[in-house]
Each structure stands twice: as C-alpha cells, then as structure tokens.
Design a protein around this ligand. Structure first.
Ligand SMILES: *Cc1c(COP(=O)(O)O)cnc(C)c1O
Length: 222
C-alpha cells in the first residue's frame, strides 16, 4: 500500500465532520508532497526544528498542526505560522503562546491536552487540574489564543473497551467544559482524539479530529 491509497482508505472511513491530521513527523518532504498531491492540507508535527525546516520548504497553503509536547522557549519559532497547537498542558504555555501570537498579530487556535490514559505521563491536565486552571487563571484575558477544544491520547492497549471508555470520558469532559466555560463560544468545538491504531474507536466516541501517522506514511525511522 502506498501513501495515496492509505489516505484514500482512511478518508473513506471518516465522517465528513471529522478532519484528518496527517502526522508526518520523521517522514521526509517527498512523503508530505505525495500526500499533498491528493489534496491533504493538514499535517501534524511534534518537533519544532523539524517542523520549521519543513514549513520553510513546503507549499505555503499547508496548515501545520503542532501535536507534541511544546516547550515554552520554542513557541516563538512556530507562532508566525502554526495553524493549531494541540497539546497545551499548562497556563504558562497558554500565556506564552498568547504573548508570541500577539507579536505576530495572530490568534492561534489551541487545544487543552487532557490526560485520559491509564499510563503514567508527565503531560496533560487531569480533569480536576483543567477545571482548576479555568477557574483560577485569567485565561479569558488572553486575546491572541483561541481555546478551540480538547485533545487526548488513549492507553496503548488492545483492550478496545478500555480505549472506548477513555475516549468517551474525554467527550464527556468536552461537553462539561463547553457548558461551563464556552457556552457562547462557537469556536470551542474540537475533540482531537484517535491515532493509527484506534481512530475508528475515537470517531465512534465523537472525535472531530484524528491524528494519523504510520497508517498513512508507514513506520517511522528514528
Ligand atoms: C506521533 C503521534 C501521532 C500519530 O501516531 P501514529 O500511531 O503513527 O498514528 C498522533 N498523536 C500524537 C500526539 C503523536 O505524537
């Protein structure tokens, strides 16, 4: 199977309201261009240096999504062009994105990363920590970021019911945040969940954005 047929197969499985982020990290420009030729415009990367190099040399109408853990000192390099930042896991990072976006006269769409997996991870808000951040910080004053939804990763397991439970918990949390803090905010609408091995389950649980890498581009060579 090649990149173009992989994309075709995946797109055929996605309902029209679900966007596909083609995760191109560790794959060369040629692979990205092959996907681009089929009409793919949203690509996901997780390393600032790799992304900035690719952004400078690939077509300008690509929408680059930053999907990995982002260090605050790297924000300034991607702020001029990044289309969405998926993994905002602290108020400090959100405030830095706001500051750098202001310098570029931009409003950057951001997703709050929520820790839903059973696995230990340093990254992502717990439900409680996320509520607390939204209650106690002046996030509403940050006019150069647009909190557009939530993002999460399920446990890496073959237990489909566990994966589904985790995705459903993120959907419920999205609904809670929407009702509590973003009622009148039409742009708070994204649930970024689902990767190569679990995106069909994520879509069933209400994903609006799947992030698929190896199922499109093959295995990554690190
Ligand atoms: C790498 C990565 C993906 C894509 O993973 P695949 O298993 O290759 O589909 C999705 N989301 C995040 C946050 C990633 O880092």
């Amino acid at each position: 199977m090649d990149i173009q047929s992989n994309l075709k197969e995946i797109r055929a499985q996605l309902p029209p309201q679900v966007s596909l982020v083609a995760v191109s990290k560790f794959h060369p420009n040629e692979a990205i261009l092959t996907a681009y030729e089929t009409g793919q415009r949203i690509f996901g990367e997780s390393k600032e240096q790799e992304l900035s190099k690719k952004q400078a040399s690939l077509p300008a109408d690509i929408q680059w999504h930053f999907i990995g853990h982002l260090q605050t000192n790297k924000v300034k390099y991607i702020a001029p062009y990044i289309a969405m930042i998926h993994a905002v896991d602290s108020y400090k990072l959100l405030a830095e994105i706001d500051k750098q976006a202001a310098k570029c006269n931009r409003v950057i769409p951001c997703l709050l990363e929520i820790h839903i997996a059973e696995e230990e991870s340093k990254y992502g808000f717990s439900f409680e920590a996320c509520r607390e951040m939204l209650e106690t910080t002046p996030w509403k004053e940050l006019t150069h970021v647009c909190i557009s939804g939530v993002m999460g990763m399920a446990t890496n397991t073959d237990d489909e019911s566990q994966i589904t439970n985790e995705f459903e918990s993120l959907h419920r949390f999205f609904t809670e945040l929407k009702a509590t803090y973003f009622k009148d905010c039409d742009t708070f609408k994204e649930i970024s969940m689902g990767m190569s091995h679990d995106y069909p389950l994520a879509v069933q649980a209400g994903s609006t954005m799947v992030r698929v890498g190896s199922k499109i581009f093959g295995d990554r060579v690190y």
